[in-house]
Design a protein around this ligand. Structure first.
Ligand SMILES: *[C@@H]1O[C@H](CO)[C@@H](O)[C@H](O)[C@H]1NC(C)=O
Ligand SMILES: *[C@@H]1O[C@H](CO)[C@@H](O)[C@H](O)[C@H]1NC(C)=O
Ligand SMILES: *[C@@H]1O[C@H](CO)[C@@H](O)[C@H](O)[C@H]1NC(C)=O
Ligand SMILES: *[C@@H]1O[C@H](CO)[C@@H](O)[C@H](O)[C@H]1NC(C)=O
Ligand SMILES: *[C@@H]1O[C@H](CO)[C@@H](O)[C@H](O)[C@H]1NC(C)=O
Ligand SMILES: *[C@@H]1O[C@H](CO)[C@@H](O)[C@H](O)[C@H]1NC(C)=O
Length: 683
């Protein structure tokens, strides 16, 4: 399970008292409200159905005030980057304006709203403007549906020129590789970049561009690489218009082909409602539920360390009959189903549809083995080259054992060099990042392997940390995930090293013996630098015999800048500390690209955060959100050895060593991309 599941959130939410909110009588707004939407039963939903429903939800002033109170307190008191995001300008490859998040939220509080949706969208946008992939506000009320375009796009470089093209046409009208000249009447590439820059996912504009466009990602369910359509083509919030208007230039015709595609809308969950009142009650408002203690499996899934992949785009699965924070691969599986049932819209190009591009002439690589986070391949036409795809970093000790086994298999099959592919990779457990790096560089003592981390502290955290010191973690630390929601999670000091003694903390002084620091003119209280307790999983002795072990020349990293959080820490260690060269693919031609994105040290959301307090029988210092959903942020930051600013803002540590461009073949064949890296690295 990637990240927390929303089921778990609901479960955890149940341990805290919920704000009671009185609503204006929605029936008084008149009109059809949410009843047309309800009558669709999840099929053939139109833009108008949704717009009518959302417009009928009256602005809820009490809920808005309670929302702002929780969100503002959370960001003001606990967000590790509160003052770092005020940094005036970041240098390449990062680019992100300074944001005073507290001031922005206060300004929203002073604004007179008439639209409830506008209020919640403004909160989402304020948080998103920091381009911190850990920081997100997602109220189910307004992200309950998924909006998909049948065309997904990419930006290959052809003959030295970057063009926007159709990557895939779900309606099978044959538009693949037609050039997208205009979108909604304007220059298509400019439109995509403008949209990409609204994405919260990365501080690197080219990371954002890669996130907006299509890419291939490994799907554990499909057991192969599948297409993620990109966030331009898949939205969580209601798009501005009911359709997207494209002007395409296809190889088969000199005429411009005009395509107007409606958003294909599907529910993220089988919501139960009949009308506006029941939509508000069942979808929007937080549901009070009986007190429950998280189960071990829920605790595992909800590991606070795992709250890295809470991208609302992935908040989806009808199939699983639960709202799970799914990764992008699961989303793709849905897309395929959807495309299969979606009616093709009439197309002027039907008659002259060009043939699909010919299949790439790269032989499929041989799959050596697939785990829950990694998959290993050997190139068929270059059998000395192995590939390790790290598609998610929820790595526990069982997965590490699987990785040992797979590396041994690669070795026995004659592999001498390895491409580590982290394209589009999701986050995971921060505390095992060093174990992954140790698979390739098992030459460091435990205290040299780990990255430092620090947190903010408040009187509430000091009390909590006193109560949860040396709490049980349900045995998860024995499996690699020491940050289980059970016990105090991030706030149990026994899970950290006191760097003054290099021993684990013997009391909660991590949170009480604090330091005060000014950043960008603002003062805040931080813990002293610490680090996670090193993992105890033994390093396999066989590692030492592999030709690539401790040998950066025999390793290469392949990234598109979207390797996030725990993945970022793995790549930071491999690239910045152990000198493995990296190749960055995609983004804007000629511009630098990041190796990774938002390498924060710890992330959580309001629900998990509050559950720590609830389990310790303490009131939450931030309160609850009146609407279902969550607000998340980074609690901890990493400062790279020798660095003076958090890694999150340390631009110099980001750029890849080499750049690769997408073309119509390598964008569709991972083997082609691996072969390119191998040829460049080991000709
Ligand atoms: C959805 O729309 C398609 C095409 O218009 C139609 O064939 C189908 O019956 C509709 N489904 C429902 C459940 O209304
Ligand atoms: C929908 O309406 C029916 C009949 O009025 C009612 O029995 C049912 O509880 C309603 N469902 C919801 C989810 O409000
Ligand atoms: C993958 O997850 C499944 C289900 O939790 C587990 O049974 C299996 O051992 C895991 N495999 C690895 C390699 O970690
Ligand atoms: C370690 O290497 C030996 C031979 O050198 C092999 O027999 C054994 O299976 C390997 N173990 C693992 C876990 O790879
Ligand atoms: C922590 O708890 C374990 C058992 O749960 C106990 O053996 C150990 O002594 C405790 N350590 C401290 C420092 O309290
Ligand atoms: C702790 O370990 C680090 C890394 O090995 C070392 O540099 C440092 O001197 C140690 N500090 C103490 C107090 O032993």
């Amino acid at each position: 399970m990637v990240s927390f599941s929303v089921n778990t959130i609901l479960l955890s939410a149940s341990v805290a008292a919920l704000v009671t909110v009185s609503l204006a009588d929605p029936s008084s707004t008149g009109g059809i409200g949410c009843s047309d939407l309800a009558s669709r039963h999840g099929v053939n939903i139109t833009y108008t159905d949704i717009a009518n429903c959302f417009d009928s939800i009256p602005f809820n002033n009490n809920a808005a005030r309670a929302t702002l109170k929780t969100v503002t307190t959370f960001f003001n008191d606990y967000y590790i980057s509160r003052d770092s995001v005020l940094t005036p300008f970041l240098t390449e490859p990062l680019e992100s304006d300074p944001v005073d998040i507290v001031a922005k939220l206060k300004k929203i509080g002073r604004t007179r709203y008439t639209s409830d949706r506008k209020f919640h969208t403004d909160v989402f946008k304020a948080i998103g403007s920091m381009h911190d992939g850990h920081s997100l506000y997602a109220p189910y009320c307004y992200v309950a549906y998924l909006y998909a375009q049948p065309l997904s796009l990419y930006a290959p470089v052809i003959d030295g020129k970057q063009v926007l093209k159709v990557y895939k046409d779900d309606f099978k009208r044959g538009y693949e590789d037609c050039t997208v000249v205009k979108i909604d009447g304007k220059n298509a590439m400019a439109q995509i970049k403008k949209y990409a820059n609204t994405l919260y996912t990365s501080k690197d504009p080219n990371g954002r561009l890669n996130e907006a466009l299509s890419s291939m990602v490994y799907s554990q369910a499909a057991e192969t690489f599948v297409v993620f359509p990109g966030q331009f083509a898949i939205r969580n919030f209601l798009p501005d218009n009911p359709s997207v208007h494209y002007e395409l230039k296809c190889a088969t015709s000199t005429k411009m082909i005009v395509v107007e595609d409606k958003w294909v809308i599907t529910p993220q969950y089988p919501w139960l409602f009949n009308d506006t009142a029941s939509y508000i009650n069942n979808v929007c408002l937080a549901q009070p539920a009986p007190l429950q203690t998280p189960t071990a499996s829920a605790a595992s899934a909800a590991s606070a360390a795992s709250v890295h992949k809470h991208n609302p785009v992935s908040l989806s699965s009808e199939r699983h009959h639960s709202i799970s924070a799914f990764n992008k691969r699961a989303l793709f599986d849905r897309q395929q189903d959807q495309a299969a049932v979606a009616p093709p819209s009439p197309s002027p190009a039907d008659a002259s549809a060009p043939p699909s591009p010919s299949p790439p002439d790269y032989p499929e690589a041989t799959k050596i083995g697939a785990g829950n986070c990694t998959v290993f391949y050997q190139l068929k036409d270059r059998p000395t080259i192995g590939v390790m795809v790290l598609f998610v970093t929820m790595i526990d000790f069982a997965e590490i054992d699987f990785m040992y086994q797979s590396l041994e298999t690669l070795y026995q099959k004659g592999v001498t060099d390895i491409v580590i592919d982290v394209v589009g990779s999701d986050g995971g457990y921060a505390n095992v990042a060093s174990d992954v790096a140790q698979l390739f560089f098992p030459n460091k003592g435990p205290l040299d392997q780990i990255l430092g981390v620090n947190f903010r502290s408040t009187p509430a955290l000091q009390q909590l940390s006193a109560k949860v010191y040396n709490s049980t973690d349900g045995g998860y630390s024995q499996k690699g995930n020491m940050l289980s929601i059970l016990g105090g999670g991030f706030f149990d000091s026994s899970r950290y090293l006191n760097l003054a003694t290099n021993q684990t903390y013997t009391d909660n002084s991590l949170f009480t013996d604090t330091v005060s620091q000014y950043r960008n003119g603002r003062q805040a209280v931080y813990t002293k630098p610490t680090s996670y307790k090193p993992a105890t999983h033994p390093v396999h002795p066989n590692l030492t015999k592999y030709p690539w072990t401790n040998n950066p020349d025999r390793l290469r990293i392949l990234t598109d800048g979207r390797c996030l959080s725990a993945c970022a820490q793995v790549v930071y260690l491999l690239a910045n500390q152990y000198n493995v060269k990296s190749y960055g693919v995609g983004g804007t031609y000629g511009e630098p690209l990041s190796k990774y994105q938002y390498a924060a040290g710890a992330a959580t959301n309001n629900v998990i955060f509050n559950s720590y307090f609830a389990l310790a029988n303490m009131p939450s210092p931030i309160g609850d959100l009146p609407y279902q959903g969550f607000v998340s942020l980074a609690l901890g930051e990493i400062i790279a050895p020798g660095g003076t600013v958090p890694l999150e803002f340390d631009s110099d540590k980001y750029p890849t060593d080499f750049r690769l461009e997408f073309d119509p073949v390598n964008a569709r064949s991972r083997e082609a991309l691996w072969t390119q890296v191998a040829e460049d690295a080991w000709n």
